[in-house]
Structure formats: structure tokens, C-alpha cells
Design a protein around this ligand. Structure first.
Ligand code: AHG
Ligand code: MN
Ligand code: MN
Length: 338
């Protein structure tokens, strides 16, 4: 079978839909190349100086792993020189990263979670990179934080790489979702899954159940009904999966369906869930919707949320449409009942 490379795919998409101009193509290729470099670092494991903690904290008060910092550096360096970006923002950096003056600036803004699933690095379980592409406001040369605060529906591209048994790169530019597998011998991304679709219904769900006692009533209700199995209101048995790497959980859902949840809970009302809107929820919501799934915060579509902070957190319910609609309806019913 003739192989289609990432470059060929991007060129042909542009011919078909005029949605990947040369600068955006460069951006996507550069991000994919950076993911290849990260994949290489990840693969070194204990043979490279990449495992363990860096003994520093990020802006969100989380202890950074060495690989969080290495991956962040790889993405910054790869994307600075190309002239395609106006600025970048990352989970691991407090403020917006401007393009150094020695390089030209472009019209796009790149947002990323350089290393998702950090707790899995040292135990050799799948981790990944998540990214989202926005357009800088017209004529803005040095975008401030405010320029990044655009609702997810304005993303022009989003994707993730997963460093697992296989390294894959999953991408949407608004016309479906495609998946590329890294040919490790050639160092090339090869199109392997065209137009990925999430099955509408499912029997698998992902949630960190150790937080069950803190969940709000609609989440308790939804999960309890699944736990009741065949003889419960859902009339079927369900299965739990929780990898603790959002990329890996989402990739499973992209491949065979399911629902992924990281709700807000009753512990700290100032912290609405754990996941970040700009780096995790929005790009994954875009991908999931483009694959026929749905993504809400329990009440509204994630991509319609107007961000008010770069590092904002948000509750996340995403995956197979029927399930996301059901758990969302439980929240809305509870709200209506007061
Ligand atoms: P990150 O490593 O970028 O901080 O993200 C970790 C996130 C997400 O990938 C995962 O779904 C979730 O945290 C796991 O949380 P728990 O440790 O609470 O299970
Ligand atoms: Mn993450
Ligand atoms: Mn991360």
C-alpha cells in the first residue's frame, strides 16, 4: 500500500479545503517534529537523564518532572524560529512566551501541555503532548495573555502525540481527525487511521473513583447507575479504565469509544476540576467533536466557554455522544430542581 506522509496529507488537505496555508502547515510539521524529539527522549528512560523530579514547581503548584521541562524546552525551541507564530503559552510557564526579536513573527498562537500524564513517566506507562492552535488578533505583534483567551471553537487546529507502545500523532484542522504513526526506523509520520470516528454508545468509562466521596450528586448518580450494571437502570454492564494520562484515556476513546470524566468536586469550590481549559480540555474537545463525540463541562459545550485566565481549570466530560449527553442532562436536571 502506498504510504501517505504527514506532509503529503497536509498539502492535499489544503488543496481540498483551503484550510492549511503554508504557515499553518509549517507549524504542524514543526510541532510533529518536536513530538518526535520528545518521543526519543521518553524512550531513553533510565539511559538518559530524563526520569524523576526536577525539584521545581510550575505556576499551578505542581512539582515538575524533568521531562515536563525538557519537553517544554523542545517545543519552545522548535517553534521560535519559523516565523509562523506570534507567541506561545504552556502549562509549564507562568506567562505568555514571546518570540525572540531576532525572528520574524507570524499570525498563529500555539498553546500546549508539553508532557501530559507526568505521574506515569517513571513507571513506563503511556504519556503524551497536547497542543492547540489559535489565531492572533489581527495585526497584534506581541500578544498578551488576553489575546489567548479565546473560546475553543476558535481553534484552527489541535492535536496530541502519545508516547506509548507506538508513537502516534492525532490531528484535526476542522475536517475530521486523522492519526499518524511514527515509523521509528525512518523517523517519518505515516497516515495510518483516516477519519477517526468515536462510536456513539459505549460500555466503558474513565474516572478516578478514589474521589467518589467528593463528587457532586449528578456525577454520583451517573456513575452509580453504571455500577448497577445489567439489573440497574442502564440495563447493561460497564467496564472501568483509568490510565491517569488524559492523552492515553482519550486515545482509547478515539479508538473504541467510551467516556472520560474529570469532574469538579466538593473539596475546593475555587478549583473547578483538575484539567486545564486551554491546554487540555479545549484541544481534546475539538478532536472529540471532530470525531463525532461530545465534550461538556457538565452543563455547556467546552468549546463555548469564554476563558478568563490562561491557566483556568474546568470540569471535563468527553467521549461518546450518548454518554456525554446523559451525564450533562443529569447536571441540568439537578440545577433545574434547585
Ligand atoms: P499533567 O501530567 O499534564 O499534569 O496532567 C495530568 C492529568 C491528566 O493527564 C490525567 O487525566 C489526570 O491528570 C490524572 O489525575 P489523577 O492523578 O487525579 O488521576
Ligand atoms: Mn496534562
Ligand atoms: Mn503536563
Amino acid at each position: 500500500m502506498k504510504r501517505v506522509s504527514l506532509t503529503q496529507y497536509l498539502v492535499e488537505e489544503q488543496r481540498l479545503h483551503q484550510n492549511i496555508p503554508a504557515e499553518l502547515r509549517l507549524l504542524i510539521e514543526v510541532v510533529a517534529r518536536a513530538c518526535k524529539t520528545i518521543s526519543h527522549a521518553v524512550g531513553k528512560g533510565a539511559l538518559g537523564d530524563v526520569m524523576g523530579s526536577a525539584d521545581t514547581e510550575n505556576i499551578q503548584g505542581e512539582v515538575q518532572k524533568k521531562l515536563d521541562i525538557i519537553s517544554n524546552e523542545i517545543l519552545l525551541e522548535a517553534n521560535e524560529w519559523g516565523g509562523h507564530l506570534a507567541a506561545m503559552a504552556s502549562e509549564e510557564m507562568e506567562t505568555v512566551h514571546q518570540i525572540p526579536n531576532r525572528y520574524p513573527r507570524g499570525e498563529y498562537m500555539l498553546v500546549f501541555d508539553p508532557l501530559d500524564g507526568s505521574s506515569n513517566i517513571d513507571v513506563n506507562v503511556s504519556i503524551g503532548t497536547i497542543f492547540s492552535v489559535l489565531k492572533a488578533p489581527e495585526g497584534m505583534k506581541e500578544p498578551s495573555e488576553a489575546a489567548f483567551l479565546q473560546p475553543g471553537r476558535q481553534q484552527v487546529a489541535a492535536g496530541y502525540a502519545i508516547y506509548g507502545p507506538q508513537t502516534v500523532f492525532v490531528l484535526t484542522t476542522g475536517h475530521g481527525v486523522n492519526c499518524f504513526t511514527l515509523d521509528r526506523e525512518l523517523g517519518a509520520w505515516v497516515l495510518t487511521h483516516r477519519n477517526m470516528r468515536i462510536p456513539e454508545s459505549t460500555k466503558e468509562y474513565a474516572i478516578n473513583a478514589s474521589n467518589a466521596r467528593h463528587w457532586h450528586a449528578p456525577v454520583q448518580r451517573y456513575v452509580n447507575e453504571m455500577l448497577a450494571g445489567k439489573t440497574g437502570p442502564r440495563g447493561k454492564d460497564f467496564n472501568t479504565r483509568w490510565i491517569a494520562s488524559m492523552v492515553a484515556d482519550v486515545h482509547r476513546i478515539m479508538s473504541r469509544g467510551g467516556i472520560f470524566m474529570y469532574p469538579a468536586d466538593m473539596r475546593d469550590t475555587s478549583m473547578p476540576g483538575k484539567l486545564r481549559l486551554m491546554y487540555e480540555a479545549n484541544p481534546m474537545a475539538f478532536i472529540v467533536e471532530q470525531a463525532g463525540g461530545a465534550a461538556t463541562d457538565g452543563r455547556q459545550r467546552i468549546m463555548d466557554i469564554q476563558p478568563h485566565k490562561l491557566h483556568q481549570r474546568v470540569p471535563v466530560f468527553l467521549g461518546s455522544k450518548e454518554e456525554v449527553e446523559l451525564v450533562t442532562s443529569y447536571h441540568l436536571q439537578a440545577d433545574a430542581a434547585g
